[in-house]
Design a protein around this ligand. Structure first.
Ligand SMILES: Nc1ncnc2c1ncn2[C@@H]1O[C@H](COP(=O)(O)OP(=O)(O)O)[C@@H](O)[C@H]1O
Ligand SMILES: Cc1ncsc1CCOP(=O)(O)O
Ligand SMILES: [Mg+2]
Length: 261
């Protein structure tokens, strides 16, 4: 397998400029813990979040939105029915959808649900290393929503998933890897503080969904989604003392992000 590439600042600038222009409308079906933070992250990047969760409305809306996010963090039977309806409608309408397989592995219901979703053409999949390994049946999952593995230990699982399901897979951690199974970007940066506030991974998946809806090179756009978040994370971390002020500084860093090519 080829060595991972680095995303150039020209590639990053191009993808971010497209996101600002398109102001993608992202239909978020996400967990109860991260709703507001996810919406604020999308808004700081000039995208538009909408959390529509009733089964009938979700099916209606995913055909209309630019992108759909399915995050199984607080999955219930009812929510799985609504998510399935939204995915089917998204596929009929050609709306790209992104899967965040939160805490798959040890928990049977969400693991079976995610395995079923995998066969329904996700445009992108974003998870931490333990989640990506579990999705590829190569490990039993993480410690609840947190990873027990480093991202590089899940790189070949990510490449296999991307190849098998013709998707873009982002596996995140200290370094993020974004792959289509053939080509891989390595995205360094970020900050350990990103793991000390809840929802950076979930919000990143919403950002991946937004970038995956842009015209052009989807692999590059998803890599840009990861770099946008890691860049904002490292800039915010330089200014703060801890998690409380980090959230505010992180949103400000996303808002003021200008990348010169
Ligand atoms: N040790 C770390 N150093 C720098 N950035 C990190 C680190 N761990 C995670 N990140 C960043 O935090 C974000 C969330 O990733 P991750 O923690 O893997 O997801 P999750 O919250 O789903 O477990 C990503 O942008 C990732 O790059
Ligand atoms: C704590 C928690 N419990 C169920 S979902 C969730 C949020 C997980 O957020 P992230 O994956 O971004 O750390
Ligand atoms: Mg997560």
């Amino acid at each position: 397998m080829k060595q991972p590439d680095l995303l150039s600042s020209a590639q990053l600038a191009h993808s971010l400029q497209l996101l600002h222009q398109h102001a993608s409308l992202v239909h978020c079906m996400t967990n109860d813990v991260v709703q507001t933070f996810t919406a604020n992250v999308l808004l700081a990047l000039r995208a538009s979040p909408a959390m529509v969760i009733d089964a009938d409305e979700a099916a209606q809306f995913s055909g209309y939105a630019d992108a759909l996010l399915i995050n199984v963090g607080t999955l219930t039977r009812d929510r799985s029915i609504a998510m399935q309806a939204a995915v089917e409608a998204a596929n009929r309408a050609g709306t790209p959808w992104t899967l965040d397989p939160v805490a798959v592995g040890a928990l049977t219901f969400r693991t079976e649900f995610c395995q079923q979703l995998l066969t329904q053409q996700p445009a992108a999949i974003r998870g931490n290393a333990s989640e990506i390994l579990a999705l590829a049946n190569q490990a039993a999952g993480g410690r609840g929503v947190d990873s027990l593995h480093q991202a590089d230990a899940a790189l070949s699982a990510a490449q296999q998933l991307a190849h098998d399901y013709r998707s873009i897979v982002a596996v995140t951690g200290e370094v993020d890897y974004v792959t289509d199974g053939q080509h891989t970007f390595a995205i360094p940066g970020g900050s350990p503080l990103m793991t000390r506030v809840v929802g950076t991974g979930c919000a990143l998946s919403a950002v991946v969904a937004a970038f995956a809806s842009l015209p052009g090179e989807r692999l590059q756009h998803v890599a840009a989604a990861c770099r946008v978040m890691s860049l904002a994370g490292e800039r915010a971390a330089r200014q703060v003392q801890g998690p409380g002020s980090f959230v505010a500084a992180f949103l400000d860093a996303l808002w003021t992000l200008e990348v010169t090519p």
